[in-house]
Design a binder for this molecule. Sequence first.
Ligand SMILES: Cc1ncc(COP(=O)(O)O)c(C=O)c1O
Ligand SMILES: [Zn+2]
Length: 433
Amino acid sequence: MTPVETIVESRQRCEQCGTTIGELDLAPACPQCGGLLEMVNPIVESAVALRARFAGRRAALRGPDASGVWRYRELVMPSVQPSAIVSHPEGNTPLLSRAALSEWTGVEDLLIKHEGHNPTGSFKDRGMTVATTQAVRTGARAVACASTGNTSASLAAYAAQARLPAFVFVPAGNVALGKLAQTLAYGAKTLLVRGNFDACLTLAREASAALGIALLNSINPFRLEGQKTIVFELLEQLDWQPPDWIALPAGNLGNTSAFGKALREAHQIGLIDRMPRIAAVQARGAAPFSQSFQRGFGERIRVEPDTIATAIRIGDPASWDRAVRAIRETNGVVTDVSDAEILEAKAVIDAAGVGCEPASAASVAGVARLRREGVIAANERVVAVLTGNLLKDPGAIVKYHQETEPAPARANRPIEIDARLSEVERVLELTRT
Ligand SMILES: Cc1ncc(COP(=O)(O)O)c(C=O)c1O
Ligand SMILES: [Zn+2]
């Protein structure tokens, strides 16, 4: 066994100055310097024992063991009592391969980890089950988040399950329809803020500090603990043989940070014997992290964000420093892709019968770009993470397929007909030619 460090209980530790506070401490940031907090969990078992424990739970049909998050709870929240867990359940998402996507990206051994199969349709559920459990454990009276839409949908669902009032701050006019609909349906108080995501996060932070509401954004360390399980689960699906690359879309950089932490811990514990490289992919109109990467991360960059991929329409990512660490420790790369590349990748993913929301397609568009540039080799194994479900953003889909000026190359235009058999025959003829 290679212990991460000799600790006997989980602590929250400041990433800037190293100050530690208790696991149940409610401070939203380091009380000494205001830095972001991360969880440090004691590791009490060997890699062999952990693998066997995780595998043994796979057959569970109900309860925490049936969750693709809580199955790994020794690495997520070891101190939790199973009865305290607020779980849908979530996780257990498939690892797919599709010839059409391998052909389009030029990467034969491309696997797709589809997080859109989570209960509210995005990877956010993995972090939210943990953050909500923690909110209940610490006696929170209400929960809140700023969101580009998916976090709010997820928070709304888990808060409803835990019977906690929920407040969400989303940018007015820039939330995809499916996400807004979910948030309203699950019953969260939905505040449409006249401003972008960055303004929403600032306001949510102020409001939670002033009004004593638990903030469940990905600056909350418990969110990242849950999101780590995307990596644990995909590694387990590969029998703990790490792929060469893991590609994911990057906005506020919470997920990039969680992936880095998961890989660091899996490596330290001995669950894997080498580190995959992370490829974080931003939308070109919201690419401060990618721009900074090109300059060796010399400076932190902020931009006015603009992209069709509203989930990653973020100009001042909150988890910057820990994402830099994730890229450095995995010898990773950051790239950016245009909206046209994102939409084309999405059309290919959708037409392969897989489907995802626009931001998710950035990961596959990024893989294609990195392959063209020779950064990813043709024979390498790549896992691309699709972060959200196809139905999250129906507006973007309908617009793409009905656009006429100019019609996108992969558009599948609907055809209006009279209710006559001859009309159907005419369409069939057109399809044959
Ligand atoms: C579908 C989707 N993909 C990617 C991201 C980006 O994740 P992060 O903000 O952790 O970088 C988000 C965040 O909202 C999202 O909803
Ligand atoms: Zn500190």
